[in-house]
Write a protein that binds this ligand. Sequence first.
Ligand code: DQA
Length: 151
Amino acid sequence: MKSSPPEKKVLVLHGPNLNMLGKREPEIYGKMTLEEINRELIRQGKNLGLTVECFQSNHEGAIVEKIQENFETCSAIIINPAAYTHTSVAIRDALLLTDAPIIEIHLSNIYKRETFRHRSMISDIAAAQLTGFGHRGYSMAITALAGMLQN
Ligand code: DQA
């Protein structure tokens, strides 16, 4: 019997303070918790034939290490670097390790907010950016990725 090909892995990275979703400025970031977002991503991934691994950290180095551990084995990365979006050369450099497509995502529309949020350190190395769709952005990202990875 022919065995089915191994599922492609998508690494989902959440930056600082996203563990507070649901409690944190719900008028900007919505009421859904990170656990709920992750659960939905894993469920949707399964339906699309993707293995989804989620990781959140409030520490820049921990996010860098997670990318270093996974860059050779993951087929794509979805990342909301949160505040590190605007500052982190270290996360950008770690992401440059991989040839896998990177989807940058933000719950809020960063371009409608303070000017310091308008600059992203990773937008030019991302395959796509989703900003302002709230928790729905994550569903859109995983669905789009499934299509992109088929091509
Ligand atoms: C964010 C936007 C960032 O500016 C902010 O620091 C965050 C969340 C978003 O998802 O809208 O923590 O990345």
